[in-house]
Design a protein around this ligand. Structure first.
Ligand code: 5GP
Ligand code: ZN
Length: 121
């Protein structure tokens, strides 16, 4: 259960297992899962186990956990393969409707980019 949580928040419900998700990696501070409407195959979301709407609402101990977890996911999702297909990825984090945020629980998108789909998940 998130330390700070909102009973109506879909991502808090995902952390608590009240809404199913395709879980990837989890730590004491963070939870990651596949996006339900992926921009590309393997599109992942990384969220703090702390309910806060925007980046500046999240305590540092949670934020500090996010990038190492994202780095591990890069390997899990196979975004780190060198080669002629030019694999890479985007890490995105939106704050506010004007910045295209739809879910008001901070989340980082990890979006694999491939010239050729390699079927890694
Ligand atoms: P935003 O536009 O807020 O940065 O991104 C929200 C993301 O959350 C979207 O990419 C959307 O597909 C994803 N999303 C919304 N609801 C759910 C859900 O219930 N489960 C999962 N796995 N992803 C969700
Ligand atoms: Zn929440």
């Amino acid at each position: 259960t998130p330390i700070a949580h909102d009973a109506a928040c879909i991502f808090c419900k995902i952390i608590k297992g009240e809404i199913p998700s395709f879980k990837l990696l989890e730590t004491k501070y963070s939870y990651s899962f596949l996006d339900i409407q992926p921009t590309s195959k393997g599109h992942a979301l990384i969220i703090p186990k702390y309910h806060g709407g925007k980046l500046h609402n999240i305590p540092d101990e949670y934020l500090i956990d996010i990038l190492p977890l994202t780095k591990k996911l890069v390997h899990v999702l196979g975004c780190d393969l060198d080669g002629p297909t030019g694999e890479g990825y985007n890490v995105l984090q939106n704050n506010g409707r004007i910045a295209h945020q739809e879910v008001d629980h901070v989340h980082f998108h990890l979006i694999p980019k491939r010239d050729k789909e390699t079927g890694l998940i």
